[in-house]
Write a protein that binds this ligand. Sequence first.
Ligand SMILES: [Ca+2]
Ligand SMILES: [Ca+2]
Ligand SMILES: [Ca+2]
Length: 212
Amino acid sequence: MNYFLSFLVLFFSFINISSAATFNEIGDAGELMSTAQDTTGIGSLNEIKGSFINLDNSDPDFPVSDIDAYKINITNTSLFSVSMTANFVDEFGDDDSDPYLWLFDSAGNLVFDNDDTSGSNFLPSIVAGDLALFDSGVYYLAVSMWEANPLNYYNLAVSNLEEGWERNGFLGVGEYELSLTDPEISEVPIPAALWLFSAGLMTLIGARKKVA
Ligand SMILES: [Ca+2]
Ligand SMILES: [Ca+2]
Ligand SMILES: [Ca+2]
């Protein structure tokens, strides 16, 4: 590995470790714990970009709205917050930007949900402090349309992400963005990053010694 290459490795491994990142939905994210998309990468995650599609076009009277789940790692629950922007239309082309946010713990159990930020803002949010009483670690963040609820939402039982959802037929199709504070990107391949960083550093030191 020459001096320039080792510098590049060092530079990019450092950039990867330190920079904030956007995760883009890959195809269509699943809606269960087992099919949620891992927000893989290195660094802190500050944005998730995705889209809602009509999952079943076969009967125009019964569109099936999208639900997307993402695996995230929250390092400081008291700082954690989410705000959402969305531009959804229903099956008639009318605005239907009324999504819902759900947060499930590492076992898939529902711990927090929000429909609307306010009476006039139908976009959901999680505000810093909402999760202050919860432990840091792996969570699943899911977005759905209003009134698509995880099973057992209206029962006394705790809803679990792996058990599925019930929908009421409201359709939203379009792009959305989730702006996050705090979460690290989950499933971080730290050993690989550290290896690259160390390899770059050692080569750099070796190159400097040779020069000296
Ligand atoms: Ca989707
Ligand atoms: Ca989906
Ligand atoms: Ca809403």
